[in-house]
Design a protein around this ligand. Sequence first.
Ligand SMILES: CC(C)(COP(=O)(O)OP(=O)(O)OC[C@H]1O[C@@H](n2cnc3c(N)ncnc32)[C@H](O)[C@@H]1OP(=O)(O)O)[C@@H](O)C(=O)NCCC(=O)NCCS
Length: 190
Amino acid sequence: MKPIRTKRLILRNWEERDRDLFFRINSDDRVMEFFPFRRDRAASDALFDRLRAGIAERGYGFAAVEIIATGECIGFVGIADTSLEPFLLAGTVEVGWRLAPEFWGHGYVAEAARAWLAFGFEEIGLAEIVSFAVFDNRRSTAVMERIGMRADPPGDFDHPNIPDTHPQLKRHVLYRLSRETWRKQEQAAT
Ligand SMILES: CC(C)(COP(=O)(O)OP(=O)(O)OC[C@H]1O[C@@H](n2cnc3c(N)ncnc32)[C@H](O)[C@@H]1OP(=O)(O)O)[C@@H](O)C(=O)NCCC(=O)NCCS
């Protein structure tokens, strides 16, 4: 992918030097509070390789976020193909994020996600981008609202891949944003 620059960030494909940070965000209890599993180093490295290859191939994906001022990689934000029939049909594109905790609360995720929405709607020509999260993941749904997405309660679903051992993680909320609504919001903001 061609790196995307925002005011404070570079969104780019993964580099070898990011592996430790990537493992940390996949194994940290605070970051993974709403996931039923943690990844060990081998599983994290395997996912890292898959994400990197996918981004190289498609030009987008859950990409690394780097702070321009310090050169630090702080986590990922990106858009990705997703499907979870019958809740999310094939061809759906989601926007998603995961940051190391010391970088929460600076607006980095919203800044990166806005750039990815622009890329998805303008460069790829998507008609819609969705996002979803565990019902209780308020930090994540707050980002969705901050970047102009709207809840679609009839689309909420019980995630079929969450094991019965974690009933509190089953219910997911769905947010949507159409290109048309995004354009109107962009025009209103300028
Ligand atoms: C969900 C998550 C990505 C949200 O990160 P975040 O830093 O809260 O999100 P934002 O980038 O939108 O930052 C917003 C916060 O930065 C603050 N902020 C500080 N400086 C800012 C600035 N210059 N510009 C904008 N906001 C700023 C905002 O006031 C807001 O603070 P608040 O949470 O106290 O209201 C993060 O908590 C995370 O990685 N969680 C674990 C993984 C996860 O659950 N992923 C989602 C799975 S669906």
